[in-house]
Design a protein around this ligand. Structure first.
Ligand code: HPA
Length: 240
């Protein structure tokens, strides 16, 4: 069976899918986290692998960039491949000034400027939220408890923007004033598709740059910190 954007057979995907944006990161996750990983799709270079983690089947499929791209892959996985849960493992730009490079944000909600959401239910400002079970399991795996905030792990709202090269400091300031932690480009689309398709979703983002000061991570450090988000996601799948 093939869908327009995935060429795999029924049963090729596990019910649980890790979803980085970058296909090379999908390969890295398959090589370092999955046991017995096999390639199941590579349409448009969007690599998908299935293997096991501690004996549990887990797949990884890249999403590409932006809400339209992740919406296509998430819809086809939920609707045609029996997938039940997707956790996006992405990067995000830190908006709130208490964030640091390499911090992890568990996205407990996602604002968006995307027309895909404005038009989803006419007349309604749709609320983009993750699976509570996955989000709370990821928070527990990170060591978060009432009164305990582990170093560098945050739970809160992100902005899922359609525009990477946006120049709108007033909007950013208002979002930060309203508690928004970071900006990325996919979580809101993933959450809405999961709602529409009866699946579950979560986004766990690693802060790769900061909007309020010039800073970025060296590539090798980025990989290491990124692995922390992958570990949280795998633990969330196992314990949610
Ligand atoms: N903007 C949008 N998406 C991102 C960013 C950003 O600054 N950093 C990582 N993903």
């Amino acid at each position: 069976m093939a869908t327009p954007h995935i060429s795999a057979d029924p049963g090729d995907f596990a019910p649980d899918v890790l979803m980085p944006g970058d296909p090379r990161r999908a390969r890295h996750i398959a090589e370092t986290v999955l046991d017995d990983a096999r390639l199941v799709t590579q349409v448009r270079g969007i690599l998908g692998f299935t293997g096991t983690v501690d004996g549990r089947p887990v797949s990884v499929l890249a999403s590409g960039m932006g809400i339209p791209s992740i919406s296509i892959y998430a819809t086809e996985l939920f609707r045609f491949y029996g997938v039940r849960r997707i956790i996006r493992i992405g990067t995000a730009g830190g908006m709130a000034t208490h964030l640091n490079l390499g911090d992890v944000v568990i996205a407990s909600s996602a604002h968006t400027d995307s027309a895909t959401s404005a038009n989803r239910i006419p007349g309604i400002h749709y609320s983009h939220a993750p699976s509570f079970a996955l989000a709370s399991a990821a928070a527990r795996a990170a060591g978060l408890q009432p009164g305990v905030a582990p170093d560098g792990v945050h739970v809160g709202a992100v902005l899922s923007s359609d525009v990477f090269y946006a120049d709108r400091p007033e909007t950013t300031a208002l979002l930060v004033k309203h508690g928004t932690l970071a900006v990325e480009m996919e979580a809101a689309g993933l959450y809405a598709v999961a709602d529409a398709e009866g699946g579950e979703a979560l986004a766990i983002c690693t802060i790769s740059d900061l909007l309020f000061r010039e800073a970025s991570l060296p590539a090798d450090e980025r990989e290491l910190l990124f692995d922390r988000a992958v570990r949280l996601a795998v633990a969330a799948f196992a314990t949610a």
